[in-house]
Each structure stands twice: as C-alpha cells, then as structure tokens.
Design a protein around this ligand. Sequence first.
Ligand SMILES: [Zn+2]
Length: 219
Amino acid sequence: MKREFIFLGPPACGKGTQTSKLAKHFGFPHIDTGSLLRAEIASGSENGKIAKSFIDKGHLVPVELVGAIIKNRLSQDDCKNGYILDGYPRSTEQADLLTKINEEIDKDIPAGFCAIYFDTNTDILISRIVNRRSCPQCGEIYNLKYKPPKQENKCDHCGCELTQRKDDNEETAKARFETYFNETAPLIEYYRNKNVLKTINAEGTINDVWKRLLELIEN
Ligand SMILES: [Zn+2]
C-alpha cells in the first residue's frame, strides 16, 4: 500500500530530524515545500514565473498555485510508493486541497494517509531555544543546558567566545510558538476528526523518538 505522511509539530521539536530518518527508512522522497517552491521558480516553469511575480510584489503565493506545484511533485514516479511532505499543509484550506490532490492521484491505488503530530512540552522547547549558543568561527552549536561547552561560553574547538542568535530569546520564541499553535491547532483537530492523526511523544533523545515513531507507524 502507498503511504503518505505529513508531520505536525512546533519549531525545535526535532521533527526535521525524524522526517529525514523516516524518508530514508522507507526510501520515500522527503518533500519540503519551501525548497519545492524555490526549485519551481529557479526552473523558470510557467507556475514558477507566476509564483515569482507574487513573491516579487511581497504577496503570498496563492493556495491554488502552491497546490498545483505540489500536485505536480506528488504525481512524479518517485512518489508512487509514498512520500513525506514537510511544511504543508499550514491551514485547513490547504489540508482540504491536499486531500483533493491525493484523491486525484491515488484514484486507482490503495493509499494510507497519516498525519503525525509531535507532542511536546513547550517550556522545554523554549528553554532549548534560549540556551542555544553558537561559535562565530566554526559554527558549532551548543546548548548551555543540554550540550554545554567545556569552558564557560567558549567554543571547544576554537576557544572563541560563543554568541547567541538575536531571535533566540524568550519573547521571540514565545511569539513563534503562538503563531505555530494558532496555525496548527485547527489542523490537529481536522486530522483527528478524519481519524488519520497519530500523536507521538516527542520528548527524549533522537533515538527514543525514532523508536516510538517506528512503533507508531507500524500499528
Ligand atoms: Zn568554534
């Protein structure tokens, strides 16, 4: 059976890592809609040109146009056994469109759709973000709480003073989560009502979550 996955979860919840692992595990394409849109524009296709004209004016690319680009991508041969879609849908309107796209593509193929929701404690995520530091020299990322440097505020490799990204503060982090919850809460409800939502406890190490994820999708 063809398998179709989307991932829902807040920023910094680790879903990016798990998405890539799952794509490798199944040999499915991992389709990130941001990159897809950039590639479409770079290709100079008709859809790409229209998308660019909206972006150049500072407008959002219309839902129908993004839908058409995604439909093209999901119709390609490498998606025939399944795919993992990243960064889409972001609204129930897009979710309706994705359902329609899948119905059109899967007409004669048995397919299983699954939305995986990464459930995690926001306080932990905020503390991950505000404690993040990086080395301006080599780019190594540290976390004062979870992966501290050996010497206080100095890079283990180059001894440089570590710096903090400007948006890695509590206020910005909270605002990002608020946007996320406003956007995603309706989607969680949407997919729960359709009986295709699976919730995963996203706390713990990458391996802990990976094991849970495999278990979840086999059931
Ligand atoms: Zn360094």
